[in-house]
Structure formats: C-alpha cells, structure tokens
Write a protein that binds this ligand. Structure first.
Ligand code: KIV
Length: 271
C-alpha cells in the first residue's frame, strides 16, 4: 500500500485526478439524511440530489413539478450527514432556462441555504449563458446531456437519445461547449455506448453515464431504482442490487401480524 493521504472530502479536483488516473467514479442519488448517511459511509464519490426526487420521493410522473424550495429542503437534509462525497444539486425546471440572472439567483440559493458543493443543469448551447453566469460566481457546474428529463414534453418519450448522426454531432458540440465554459463534469444519459466512449475520450473533464455504456469515467443510478424500492421502472441500463420493496413490505406484514396477535410488545420490550 502506498502512503497516499486518506481523502476526507471529494472535491472537483479529486474527480479530475480520478479521470487522469483511470479510477472510475461512483455516483448515486440521495434525497434525505438517513439514506445519505448510509451511502456516504460506503464511500460513494458523488451524491446527486436529483430532481428525480419529484418522481421517487413525491410521486410525480415527471421531474417538472419539483420546486427550488423542495430541492433546497432535500439538499439540506443530505448535507446534515456531513458528507465525504461531493454533493451536487439539480437546478429544477423553470429556474434557469429563460434568464441567466434567475439561474444565478437559483444556484446561489442552493449553495447558501443547503451548503451543497455544486449544481447540475440540463442542456447545452441553449443554457450556456446561465452556465457561464453561475460559473462566474464561483459555483461548480455539472452538465447533463442526452436524455434530459426536464424536456420530456418536447420529445414525448424516454427512448435512447442521439442515435441519429445529427443528434450525435450536436451532443458532441454541446459537450465541448460545456467543457470550454468550465463545467467540472458531465452526465450523459441514455445514449449509445459508442458515443459515450467517444465523448469521454474527447473531453478532459470526467464524464459520468447513466445508460451511456462502460466507456465513460463513472456511473450514476437513482438510489431507489438500484435498491429495488421502485418497481415500475426497468430500463436496460438499470442493475438492481436489492429488492427493498419486497423486504420492507415483508417486514411491515410481520409487524402488523405481531401487533394483531398481541405478540408485540413482549415482556422484554416494555417498562
Ligand atoms: O435527477 C436525477 O436523478 C438525475 C440522474 C438520472 C442523473 O439527473
């Protein structure tokens, strides 16, 4: 074993080093204190307070309804576990697309009120002014290209993106623009593996994929999907590491049975 110092906090610089050294980056979503505490203790590199909270925490069909206040609430809860991981927070739909001043105000609120480490925005050229303005304030920005769930109503479907040559060309151009602007990393969602590998080779910043193949610098999954808490969502890229839906349901059934049978509490479980 070398004498490398133990990393107590993952920073954007650490992630850049990981790319240079070919060390893969592991990222998961987190929306609350208890789960964040567990996954941070397992040494995850990045926790994403994703706007997927709109789906998995609030039961909405899309990510569009979640508000800036909701995101700050989730991010603050995650930050209370004093994470070792870098914590990135999604700017929700409607808080950065139209006006770069509003984008900056939204990003500042997230950083100031939650204590998170970075923000993530969906899109390329169209949102570059917002990205630039946020970066000017010293806030690290992660980009997100490919399938961008906040634009679901424009596309009408969650199918694989950038399969056509002109879409792939735009994605590569957008990725380079985001890197040039100063983004510290990029998410690529649901695109052909070959394209994911090509972008990763052409960029100096870390590229993290969700359904973008194995040729990227790291992977991200939605925590509730990989733990099997959600069941209805089964894209090809999703590997389930547990079936917590059944485990939790089974525990609740046992609890109900014990209460009804007056088996709980027993003598040792009361004062
Ligand atoms: O909101 C989210 O969970 C995300 C990931 C799918 C990358 O943006």
């Amino acid at each position: 074993m070398g004498k490398a110092a133990k990393i107590t906090k993952i920073t954007t610089h650490v992630l850049q080093e990981m790319k240079l050294k070919g060390i893969k980056i592991a990222m998961l979503t987190a929306y609350d204190y208890s789960m964040a505490r567990i996954i941070d203790s397992a040494n995850i590199d990045i926790m994403l307070v994703g706007d997927s909270a709109s789906n998995v925490m609030s039961g909405h069909k899309t990510t569009l309804p979640i508000t800036l206040n909701d995101m700050i609430y989730h991010a603050s809860s995650v930050m209370r576990c004093s994470p070792r991981a870098l914590v990135v927070v999604d700017l929700p739909f409607g808080t950065y697309q139209g006006d770069s001043k509003e984008a900056l105000i939204s990003a500042i609120r997230i950083m100031k009120e939650s204590g998170a480490n970075a923000v993530k925005l969906e899109g390329g050229k169209e949102i570059l002014e917002s990205v630039d303005r946020i970066l000017t304030a010293g806030i690290p920005v992660m980009g997100h290209l490919g399938l961008t769930p906040q634009s679901i109503h424009k596309f009408g479907t969650y199918i694989v993106r950038a399969t056509e040559e002109h879409e792939a060309k735009k994605l590569i151009e957008d990725a380079k623009l985001l890197e040039k602007a100063g983004c510290f990393a990029l998410i690529l969602e649901k695109i052909p593996a070959e394209l994911g590998a090509k972008v990763t080779k052409e960029l100096k910043i870390p590229v993290i994929g969700i359904g973008a193949g194995g040729g990227v610098d790291g992977q991200v999954l939605v925590l509730h999907d990989m733990l099997g808490i959600t069941q209805e969502f089964s894209p090809r890229f999703l590997r389930r590491y547990n079936n917590l839906h059944e485990e939790i349901r089974g525990s609740v059934i046992s609890y109900i049975k014990d209460v009804k049978a007056q088996d709980f509490p027993n003598k040792r479980e009361q004062y």
